[in-house]
Ligand binder design. Structure first.
Ligand SMILES: C[S@@+](CC[C@H](N)C(=O)[O-])C[C@H]1O[C@@H](n2cnc3c(N)ncnc32)[C@H](O)[C@@H]1O
Length: 265
């Protein structure tokens, strides 16, 4: 009887080990499938206005002390006032192990919002001369800030570089994911970074989703957003103005993947 019980336990243990091995293999295959892919996860990315408006803010609460004290308020503001509620929704609903690219770090608010699922890494970019992010460290060193972030599972990598000087190969590496937020100078006529950067995204064949912040901020941004919309057919993308649940100054999506569906009801 004892012997039978022993062999039963051995068999059960082997079976559990086999299941664990199979699960690890499946996860590895899934992650390899996604590596180096612009393709957004799943079959659809639904921009669900009702869900975004009623999003649980606790993921943002958990990361709020990693931006400046002043920005905590903006981070927790409702959808339609600030875009962080939308970024929280996107991160929680669709974030996978691939990084989010966040261009325009400033005080790290968009980085912590999009990384708030505590699973997807965030690669954030700012100019070589910009160290505004230090304000978000609240007197800590960058290393101490990183320790605090890692302790709660937030993974942010800071890049200080001029993306327009990056080679196509380098740019592909930085943008090699499904969601990119572009929130930079906002004067695309005076300082044509946004316009030129958008062209480079087309040139390297980006096929994910680009989110543009502040599309209605000023005349230059409005004009450029119109241009982006007009170029949709030729550029092989669709545009969506999601300001109602984004930033009051205008939030636009440029969907190169064809997976975005906007559900306003
Ligand atoms: C509006 S702030 C970004 C705010 C941040 N994304 C958020 O939502 O919390 C704009 C930032 O873009 C940066 N910036 C301006 N031109 C840039 C460029 N060419 N490349 C990268 N960053 C740039 C500025 O230094 C500034 O930190």
């Amino acid at each position: 009887m004892k012997m039978l019980h022993y062999w039963g336990m051995v068999k059960q243990r082997r079976r559990s080990q086999e299941i664990a091995l199979m699960e690890t293999k499946k996860k590895k295959e899934e992650s390899e499938d996604l590596d180096g892919s612009f393709d957004p996860p799943g079959t659809k990315i639904i921009i669900d206005y009702a869900k975004i408006r009623s999003m649980d803010k606790s993921p943002l609460e958990r990361v709020k002390n990693l931006t400046t004290e002043e920005y905590e308020l903006y981070l927790l503001a409702d959808a339609g006032i600030e875009h962080y509620a939308f970024l929280n929704y996107l991160s929680a609903t669709y974030g996978d192990h691939r990084h989010f690219t966040d261009i325009g770090t400033r005080v790290v608010a968009s980085s912590v919002a999009v990384g708030s699922n505590l699973k997807s890494p965030v690669w954030t970019f700012d100019l070589p001369t910009s160290y505004e992010r230090q304000q978000a460290f609240r007197g800590d060193t960058e290393e101490e800030w990183q320790t605090k972030a890692h302790d709660i599972g937030l993974n942010v990598t800071f890049h200080n570089l001029d993306l327009m000087k990056a080679s196509n190969e380098e740019l592909k590496k930085y943008l090699d994911t499904w969601f990119v937020l572009l929130d930079t100078f906002h004067q695309p006529d005076t300082v044509p970074f946004e316009r030129e950067f958008f062209q480079r995204m087309l040139d390297i064949g980006f096929k994910g989703i680009l989110c543009l912040d502040d599309i209605h901020l000023n005349h230059e941004m409005k004009k450029w957003w119109n241009e982006v919309q007009d170029g949709a057919e030729g550029g092989g993308y669709r545009t969506y103005d999601i300001t109602e649940i984004g930033h009051y100054s205008g939030t636009g999506l440029v969907d190169f993947s064809g997976k975005v569906t906007v559900n306003k009801s």
